[in-house]
Design a protein around this ligand. Structure first.
Ligand code: HSE
Length: 438
């Protein structure tokens, strides 16, 4: 029976899941693939404190070099996370002719170009199915399943932490702070939740999806990012009353030779399949010119779901490595699949140029003519109103608010109108702007 030798760097949550899955399902995987997967070495700084199960049969080391230096290891699996030393380990493994697998979205978003270029040069493969939406095989879908399509749109709920918080706010009426505290208690949010709640984690994942969907290589500044901090029950209430659900979406859209990339809270029609994605679940909606609408759903994080994605990379790369004609390792084109990742010259659309519908809420001082002047200003900027609802919150202090749903408009025009409205002095506080994603 064919055998592939593996080395694992990082025995944290996901690394432990990979070892566990290999132990529990190794025989089944062997039956299905005809390949024996031999995990030879595990490297982790805290390896000797590991107590979850016996690590008999593996060669253990505190240092990654043990994996990197072992010529027998054909696939190196990096699961330590973070930027450095993960980047250096991956590059060293590639230089030494090993195929590599990672679930490290932050690293790929920042240094994917460097990593893929070196892998191409050396002739090895990079597996990264675990880097976006955990167990959901969205990388495979974009690279293979929908490969024949021009992708028109990708819209994902690809951060489980924020989806959990927004679900609790919508279903239990919790404030943002209370929902975050609950997510932290249940282990769905980190003690420092910034990366998730500010949208950065979703932006890392969107960057990877954008490369596969549109052939582009975005820098961080090419993606507009807003998180969920500061969302209120008033936003949720408006969504409910108007047939929407409030979600943190990562959107990639191709429009007239441009690619727009953005992460922000969005009103999703309640009938859209993304609206039914609750709690910590993830889903990615993809529209191709031939496939039309498709959607993929599952757990975006967690030990075994992410381990399942990592194992799928191990199996796929092993099958290709074993079944491709053998040659001298390290020679270009030798055993690796060749796919051009960055094939597009499309430019990125600045956020001001996007065209969508908007929900606007203006906290106003209730004064004669307030509604009239506000709607007139919007009209002057070419922003057409689809629905308007004005209410007095407190007659004694003359506090009111005006909620508006616009038709499609250019964001730059909406922003200019909002600035002019603020200049009239009728606002008590800054307006709320939430984009609608139909
Ligand atoms: N906090 C992240 C999430 C972890 O919930 O999606 C996986 O990237």
């Amino acid at each position: 029976m064919a055998q592939i030798t593996l080395g694992l760097i990082g025995l944290g949550t996901v690394g432990t899941g990979v070892v566990r899955l290999l132990r529990e399902n190794g025989d089944l995987i062997e039956k299905k693939t005809g390949i024996r997967f031999r995990l030879k070495r595990i490297a982790d700084r805290g390896i000797h404190a590991f107590r979850e199960f016996p690590l008999d049969g593996y060669e253990l080391s505190e240092s990654a070099e043990a994996v990197l230096d072992d010529p027998e290891i054909e696939i190196a699996v990096e699961l330590i996370g973070g930027y450095e030393p993960a980047r250096t380990y991956l590059l060293q493994a590639i230089e030494r002719g090993k195929h590599v697998i990672t679930a490290n979205k932050a690293l790929l978003a920042k240094s994917g170009g460097e990593i893929f270029a070196l892998a191409d040069k050396v002739g090895v493969e990079v597996g990264f199915e675990g880097s976006v939406a955990g167990t959901v095989p969205i990388i495979r879908i974009l690279q293979d399943g929908l490969a024949a399509n021009r992708i028109e749109k990708v819209a994902g709920i690809i951060n489980g932490t924020t989806n959990y918080i927004l679900t609790r706010m919508a279903e239990d009426g919790l404030s943002y702070e209370a929902a975050l505290a609950e997510a932290q208690r249940l282990g769905f949010a980190e003690a420092d939740p910034a990366l998730d709640v500010d949208g950065e984690d979703a932006a890392h994942k969107l960057s990877i999806l954008a490369t596969l969907a549109f052939g582009v290589r975005p820098e961080r500044g090419d993606i507009h990012v807003e998180g969920i901090r500061g969302l209120e029950q008033a936003d949720i209430r408006f969504a409910k009353e108007n047939g929407y659900v409030l979600k943190l979406l990562a959107i990639g859209r191709k429009t007239n030779g441009h690619v727009e990339l953005r992460v922000h809270p969005a009103l999703v029609p309640a009938r859209h399949p993304l609206a039914s994605v609750r709690n910590e679940f993830n889903a990615v909606f993809v529209k191709g010119d031939a496939s039309r609408e498709t959607m993929y759903y599952g757990r975006g994080a967690g030990q075994m779901p992410t381990a399942s994605a990592v194992l799928s990379d191990i199996i796929e790369i092993a099958e290709r490595a074993l079944h491709a004609p053998r040659g001298v390792r390290g020679v270009e084109g030798d055993r690796a699949r060749k796919r051009t990742l960055y094939w597009s010259a499309d430019r990125f659309l600045p956020i001001g140029e996007i065209r969508t519908r908007f929900y606007l809420r203006f906290p106003i001082v209730d004064a004669p003519g307030a509604i009239g002047s506000l709607t007139t200003i919007l009209g002057r900027h070419g922003v057409s109103i689809a629905a308007v609802h004005a209410s007095i919150l407190d007659a004694a202090s003359a506090r009111g608010q005006i909620e508006i749903l616009t038709h499609e408009a250019i964001e730059r025009s909406v922003r200019a109108a909002c600035a002019e409205i603020a200049g009239t002095g009728i606002l008590r506080e800054k307006e709320r702007l939430i984009r609608v994603d139909e």
